[in-house]
Design a binder for this molecule. Sequence first.
Ligand SMILES: Cc1cc2nc3c(=O)[nH]c(=O)nc-3n(C[C@H](O)[C@H](O)[C@H](O)COP(=O)(O)OP(=O)(O)OC[C@H]3O[C@@H](n4cnc5c(N)ncnc54)[C@H](O)[C@@H]3O)c2cc1C
Ligand code: FES
Ligand code: FES
Length: 526
Amino acid sequence: MNRTIMMPASVDEAVEALAATPGAVPVAGATDLMEAVNGGRLRPAALIGLGRITELRGWRYEDGGTAVLGAGLTHARMDRPDFAALIPALADAARTAGPPQVRNVGTLGGNIATGDPAGDTLPVLAALEATATLARPGTVRDVPISHLLTGLDPLRPGELLTWVRVPLLHAPQVFLKSTGRSGPSRAAASVALVLDPARRGVRCAVGAVAPSRCGRWRPRAGWPAASTGTPAARTEPSSSTPPHSPRSASTWPAPASPKAPCPARGGPGRRPPAAYRSRAGPPGVGKGAEVTDELLNHPGAFPGDVRPTASYTLRVNGVERPVSDAWIGESLLYVLRERLGLAGAKDGCEQGECGACSVQVDGQLVNGCLVPAALAADSEINTVEGLSGAGGASDVQQALADSGAVQCGYCTPGMAMAVHDLLQRNHRPSDIEARQALCGNLCRCTGYRGALAAVQAVADAREAALEAELDAAEQAAAGAPHPPPAHPPPSRPRRPRPPSSPSPTSRWPASSRSTPTPNSGTKPTS
Ligand SMILES: Cc1cc2nc3c(=O)[nH]c(=O)nc-3n(C[C@H](O)[C@H](O)[C@H](O)COP(=O)(O)OP(=O)(O)OC[C@H]3O[C@@H](n4cnc5c(N)ncnc54)[C@H](O)[C@@H]3O)c2cc1C
Ligand code: FES
Ligand code: FES
């Protein structure tokens, strides 16, 4: 059995694997973990993927009016109407937790285990007085989320977060978040307010407002008693982040040898993956700096000397692609580009911020830079290379070009994948739905008007082609000769239209909507 990559199918198996493999790291959606690996702050000795533990991906009711949520619930799942009816404030938080590519895979358990002060679910869980179930071989314990976050009772080494118990209050509750920009972003400040009818009070917890734990908030004299506060959901990074948290870089071992060789530097002209390049290198050296021997050998470049490898097979665009002896920290983006020669997905930030690396894994749009390639071994991977069957541009790619959404082209493969993903799920998206779907894809050249127009153009063309097909089928059934198609074929939409249903939040004047131009328009908001 490969002890560097493990994919347990049950909680018990995962707990055993975690206990049996020192230095192994549990991985759920990997959005926080790969950010740390790509940033050179984490060198896992082994990865324990939690994605196959189906019991952790759902929720159930328990006697006494409690919802038991699996740690593997994704933000996207918590945003759906059935969950929103159950715990509205948690659904509000999940809806804003990053761009779609991150919310599709980022989990509740990962959010709690990371314990980032800006974690969106944390104030909600604290205000709801939720508890976490932590498991290790032979031991299961329940800890209040607020104790876990504030370091009173932190996650211990080898413990797996399995369930989160949330009392159902059936009363108004809300999560509000302020960010520094219009697109999806981490909270600059957040607050959860929960009405507690049984205690005739309002519970409040705040997030992302200070780097240290807050005490109990007292209402000012004269304020109604019902607005009494509860302990705030704040974290103290030095004490509350778990031992394997990607954010607690200081807990990781120091480099054993400052002269450790770089395994990625195998051939001439080959670019080391991000994690081999240092962001903690000599002062003044940052992303984009030339990779030199001096930088690679700088002590800060290798916070750990563990670089285990694995061999596996990826299924990319329907074709089996073997990968041999690859470091387990390599991202899917790196493996696609550097090992498999599929350079369509672009490397823009390696931090999940730009969306240039967007691909589909098992039908979900994700950032390739945040997926550990080894954990995608049994998945169906679709890249931009697979969009067009016969080698030409697909209807989505052609529409992007026709509508002026392509200038330098760096964002285009990711944008094409995002539009493709949207239209697979929603054949007739509204303007606001299209904006929300594309908000994880940054374009520095053209603005977003062209991309939004392309969405509507492809939707129109596909609808027209479908109608023409149905008409032809009806006429064939009636024995009449086939008329020529009334509309252009779906693969070449000639006249892209502006968004057909402008939302009230549109920032463009109505008169300019039909004339998309480069370098205009605003970024879609989430
Ligand atoms: C571009 C970007 C934007 C983001 N924006 C937001 C935002 O707006 N709001 C927000 O809250 N978050 C945001 N995040 C952070 C991240 O998406 C969330 O924290 C997410 O919930 C993490 O879940 P995950 O499954 O990806 O965790 P992973 O990355 O898989 O794991 C994170 C950590 O938790 C540990 N872990 C995971 N599951 C368990 C478990 N069951 N038991 C024990 N340990 C476990 C892992 O070992 C790891 O140390 C953003 C991230 C990115 C990259
Ligand atoms: S989001 Fe992956 S490279 Fe920017
Ligand atoms: S076309 Fe240049 S970044 Fe989008």
